[in-house]
Design a protein around this ligand. Structure first.
Ligand code: PHE
Length: 337
């Protein structure tokens, strides 16, 4: 083919954009539409030389293009004569030929699709493992009442965990949840045992950003309430899940801890490849008063709960040493997963 409609259009549009005066516009018109040497005129005169098949495809495209270019010229002309010659809207539109010149035999262009952040993959994987154990999952509000985030979990007004250094208060009663434990009582209020549920979601704390802290991070809360649940059941379940997730040879250790809403409470650490222990979750038996706050009779039922940190789990699993990498949008990092 002795001409390239796509290039012709692009060149025309880019010249058109440069035009500032009527004279320049007239020159451009002559260059393209001139009776003898006009670029479009020449193309028109070579069309009859094409094969019938080519004519069928290119003829209508050419005519359409010619009409469009003429129209753009006209619009530019009226722009120039009006008081504000700024309207370049039409000129910047997507080149017309790119959608019209479809060549089914051309090699495809590589399309870049986005993909899941590794932290979300961890959440999905944990959901799947717990699904196998009979757990469902549910979302909860990120903006919640102080009541559910603290008070119903036995975190009184003067408890150090609600230090203003840590909590984003929207007003006296409303906070950005500092943990997904805010869902425990909310859920118990509206569900009867047996309960087996996960609450994955974002949480917020006023932590300065560094390699292991972000002001917003994810947690996966788990809650089980039944009539014969026990601490050994909790530890056995966590061990099963951690081995499924990190591999059957993973070393874990459990030690006593304190949370106002569980009694007794534990923390679980996993041995990192670098030889250091890393804490990945807090857990414990749901405090009888918390069950009561959720309108569940603690004489009949017992429950356990845990809260995992999926960022930390992803760091352990993939050997990542800076939590900021998950969210700064660097494709060189993200594309490895
Ligand atoms: N909410 C605790 C935290 O953010 C984790 C936890 C959840 C502990 C459930 C006990 C029970 O660290």
């Amino acid at each position: 083919m002795a001409f390239d409609l796509e290039r012709t259009e692009k060149e025309f549009l880019s010249s058109l954009r440069e035009i500032r005066t009527r004279d320049e516009l007239e020159n451009l018109r002559i260059k393209y539409f001139g009776r003898k040497r006009g670029i479009l005129t020449k193309i028109a005169s070579s069309l009859p030389l094409l094969s019938l098949k080519e004519k069928k495809i290119l003829g209508p495209i050419f005519n359409h293009l010619k009409g469009e270019l003429r129209q753009s010229l006209k619009e530019r002309e009226s722009d120039l004569s009006s008081a504000s010659p700024k309207s370049t809207k039409e000129i910047q539109q997507k080149p017309l030929t790119s959608s019209l010149l479809f060549d089914p035999t051309a090699p495809g262009k590589e399309v870049f699709t986005g993909h899941q952040n590794p932290v979300i993959s961890v959440i999905e994987e944990i959901k799947e493992i717990f699904h196998y154990l009979g757990f469902t999952y549910i979302d909860g509000p990120e903006v919640d009442l102080d009541l559910y985030n603290f008070q119903k979990l036995r975190i009184g007004k003067d408890h150090p965990a609600r230090d203003t250094q840590q909590t984003y208060y929207l007003n006296d009663e409303v906070v950005l949840r500092t943990h997904t434990s805010s869902m425990q009582v909310r859920y118990m209020e509206t569900h009867k045992p047996p309960i087996r549920v996960l609450f994955p979601g974002r949480t917020f704390r006023r932590d300065p950003v560094d390699a292991t802290h972000l002001p917003s991070f994810y947690q996966i809360e788990g809650l089980l309430v039944d009539n014969d649940s026990s601490m050994t059941d909790l530890i056995g379940t966590l061990d099963f899940v951690i081995k499924r997730f990190f591999g059957s040879k993973t070393k874990t250790r459990v030690y006593g801890h304190y949370f106002p809403y569980t009694e007794p409470s534990i923390e679980v650490e996993v041995l990192h490849k670098n030889g250091k222990w890393m804490e990945i979750l807090g857990a414990g038996m749901v405090h009888p008063e918390v069950l009561k706050n959720g309108r569940i009779d603690p004489r009949k039922y017992r429950g356990w709960a845990f809260g995992m940190g999926p960022e930390r789990m992803a760091m352990l699993k993939y050997g990542i040493n800076d939590i900021r990498l998950f969210y700064n949008g660097d494709l060189r990092f993200i594309n490895q997963f």
